[in-house]
Design a protein. Structure first.
Lengths: 369, 372
């Protein structure tokens, strides 16, 4: 035990005397949380819109005015004909063009029909579908208004909505937990992934191996200081999400902290595992950075909900711990869930941690020969 | 010139020796693109509805049927009380709860208004907004249908019909693969070439071999150029590989000119590699470089608008994107590939990229010290 503590102390000294790396380690997560918290959002605001309105009558003007008043759109340009659309889309600033049929009001009063087409730039499908559905909703409201004005029309069913868990419809609720999940796993895995390979590359590994320390002690000793560092990072990140993004912690804070500890332990052991498998630092960096970045960005449900992916990705993402942590952190913070709601996800994280440490120990031993 | 060629040859033989690098450069992008590109959709479909029907009437059932047959919703189940349904939502068993109050149908037949209670899980605010507007559309249709059904109320004059139709250009099915492939490709090219070139330089510093070059008469700019060109070529090879995968595996259209796209890519890579080498001159260890690279690439990627629209970002972020090379290349790739935009359409992006390339490369040359 004393030997182990001595080793941990040595590791602490190694890390804390390199103040440059230390600044980087504390600076990165804090800066990124703030940046990404603001930046990663899919709210629609001020999307550039073109209007093609050849009739310019009372009704079309009022619909256009309603669209622009919503705050979702801003009028980028007015077109004369449909042939201009292609050039506009190619230049990229106009996301959709709203075209009114010719002689809009006149046809509406004489024939009782008129049409509006929303032509959207499909090269960005997420923007295109947001723009079309928001615009259709606004236009349909206008139509309803016009309809109730013109004829006695009774609306029999009126739905009343309550937006559960997120009355203010803040997009931070969706994305800040995801950003936390993403940054913690990457920073943790990157930190430890070079530790053991570094010793191998410099040659100090042999010194460690001939020492009476057991492999498990070496591995735990390597993890311990980073665990402390990451835990401080967790605290900073949670404070930021509380003060800057007004994310609530509806559930138990103790449970949240415990889950975060489990998650960073998982990230650190994943890094250690990579470290025992790689033979050079360059290898370790490539595996942890390239191997983790995109999968944890795309398959964790952080930006794109897994429910909407093809079914097979439900299984593919099953093996990715970030996916489970996103559920855990959202449930505790926003829904106020207790351990009984998230025990399965917790168990999975614990299992993954054990697996990573187990593999590290096995790989580590084989190097002793 | 000959010096540069020799140095480049040296870099290539070093890279070629390292089988891992080759794997990382070609197999990783291949696998990740094949797995990740088809994953992403932002389509709202299969929104799960839990129904609390306290009315059990023809009208409520009619609306439920209508919702169930819409492509956006599935009726997940019925709950006996609102409280029970909220529990289901709490454990993520449904996304929307619809409650029909008792006497719902009676109210409507008496000429009043039937009020429905709708609860939407709004953690994903935009998703909730979309589900809500789809739900509204279904209810609107239903309203139209029942007001003209003679047995419910007296016949009324239908409202004037304005039809709203949608069309999507360049990607009429809103296939997300068309959107994700250029984006993921940019990320992979960025991460790979940034890491490779920077780590290469820092490693030479760490192991001391850079001193051997420093004592030779090789000039600073010659050295920097020779450290850039191999990785520029690797990056372009990756880009080509990605485009081939896109064509073969996903049949992604390529409307514009390949030349335009590669022109953008070459300028982009020059800037990116310049930045990587600039950072490497003040990193002491590979670990430090890795973290700084992580910091920059993450910021470049997430702020570029690859995953979430750049237009949704606050103004300061959009200003930042002027110096964000990834944002420019991402726009160029999507515009050229999907819309067939030409040089004149992407002139602004090319100009910014050129400026970025000049600044970062000069910084890299300027900050490099031939010291022992």
């Amino acid at each position: 035990m004393k030997r182990f503590l001595g080793f941990v102390r040595k590791e602490f000294l190694h890390i804390f005397r390199d103040y440059r790396t230390l600044i980087i380690l504390f600076g990165i997560p804090a800066t990124q949380i703030i940046l990404f918290g603001y930046v990663v959002t899919n709210d629609l605001k001020e999307a550039g819109i073109g209007i093609l309105d050849n009739s310019k009558d009372e009704i079309t003007r009022s619909i256009t005015a309603q669209l622009m008043a919503s705050g979702f759109f801003h009028l980028e340009t007015e077109l004369q004909s449909e042939s201009e659309i292609d050039a506009l889309f190619k230049a990229g600033d106009v996301k959709a063009v709203i075209t009114y049929g010719d002689n809009f009001s006149r046809r509406l009063t004489s024939e009782g029909v008129a049409d509006i087409a929303i032509i959207a730039d499909g090269s960005e499908p997420n923007v295109a579908s947001l723009v079309t559905s928001y615009a259709s909703a606004i236009i349909n409201d206008c139509i309803m208004e016009i309809a109730t004005e013109k004829v006695i029309f009774r609306i029999p069913v009126i739905p009343e909505v309550r937006m559960m868990y997120n009355q203010e419809m803040s997009s931070h609720y969706m994305f800040v937990p995801g950003v936390i999940t993403l940054i913690l796993i990457l920073v943790c895995a990157l930190m430890t992934s070079v530790t053991i390979t570094r010793e191998k590359e410099i040659g100090t590994m042999e010194v460690l191996l001939v020492s009476p320390l057991k492999p498990v002690q070496i591995i735990l000793g390597k993890v311990a200081p980073y665990f402390l560092l990451s835990f401080i990072n967790v605290i900073v990140i949670l404070l930021l999400s509380w003060f800057v993004f007004r994310l609530p912690v509806k559930g138990s804070l103790a449970l949240l902290l415990a889950e975060c500890m489990l998650y960073i332990l998982m990230g650190l052991s994943l890094g250690i595992m990579i470290s025992t498998m790689a033979s050079t630092m360059q290898q370790a960096i490539f595996i942890s950075f390239l191997g983790l970045l995109l999968p944890s960005l795309l398959l964790s449900g952080f930006i794109y909900p897994i429910e909407h992916m093809p079914v097979i990705y439900d299984y593919v993402s099953f093996i990715l711990p970030p996916r489970w942590f996103v559920v855990i952190i959202k449930s505790i913070m926003i829904k106020g869930s207790g351990l009984s709601d998230i025990w399965r996800e917790t168990l999975f994280l614990a299992g993954a941690t054990m697996l990573f440490i187990g593999i590290s120990l096995r790989k580590f031993k084989s190097r002793l020969e | 010139m000959r010096t540069i060629l020799c140095l480049i040859r040296k870099e290539f033989s070093q890279i070629g020796r390292n089988s891992l690098i080759l794997r990382a450069v070609f197999i990783v992008p291949l696998l990740q693109m094949l797995i990740l590109v088809p994953a992403v959709t932002f389509e709202i479909k299969n929104v799960r509805i839990a129904v609390v029907d306290n009315d059990l009437s023809q009208t409520s059932r009619g609306l439920i049927n209508r919702l169930g047959s819409s492509e956006f919703f599935i009726i997940e189940g019925y709950a006996e009380s609102a409280a029970r349904a909220e529990q289901v939502m709490h454990s993520d068993g449904c996304d929307v709860i619809i409650t029909f109050p008792a006497g719902f149908e009676k109210e409507i037949t008496n000429g009043g208004v039937g009020r429905l209670q709708v609860i939407v899980n709004a953690i994903n605010a935009v998703g909730a907004q979309l589900s809500w507007s789809y739900l509204n559309a279904v209810i609107r249709d239903y309203n139209m249908a029942i007001t003209v059904t003679p047995d419910l109320t007296e016949l009324q004059i239908p409202p004037p019909a304005i039809t709203v139709s949608n069309r999507f250009w360049y990607n009429n099915m809103l296939d997300y693969k068309y959107y994700m492939l250029p984006g993921i490709l940019v990320i992979l090219v960025t991460a790979i070439s940034f890491l490779l070139s920077g780590l290469n330089m820092v490693k030479e510093k760490e192991s001391g071999t850079i001193e051997q070059i420093n004592v030779t008469p090789v000039g600073k700019y010659q050295l920097i150029i020779s450290k850039m060109i191999p990785f520029l070529i690797i990056g372009l090879a990756d880009l080509s590989l990605g485009l081939i995968i896109g064509k073969i595996a996903f049949n992604i259209p390529f409307e514009g000119s390949l030349l335009t796209m590669f022109l953008g890519a070459v300028i982009f890579m020059t800037g990116l590699l310049g930045l990587a080498l600039f950072i490497s001159t003040f990193s002491d260890t590979q670990q430090q470089f890795m973290f700084i690279a992580f910091f920059f690439t993450m910021i470049f990627i997430l702020m570029s608008g690859i995953f979430t629209p750049a237009e949704s970002m606050p103004d300061w972020a959009r200003k930042f994107n002027i110096v964000n090379p990834v944002a420019h290349l991402m726009r160029i790739n999507r515009m050229v590939m999907l819309k067939g935009s030409g040089i004149s359409d992407i002139a602004a992006e090319l100009k910014s990229l050129t400026l970025i390339a000049i600044v970062f490369t000069s910084l890299a040359v300027w900050s490099y010290r031939k010291r022992i």
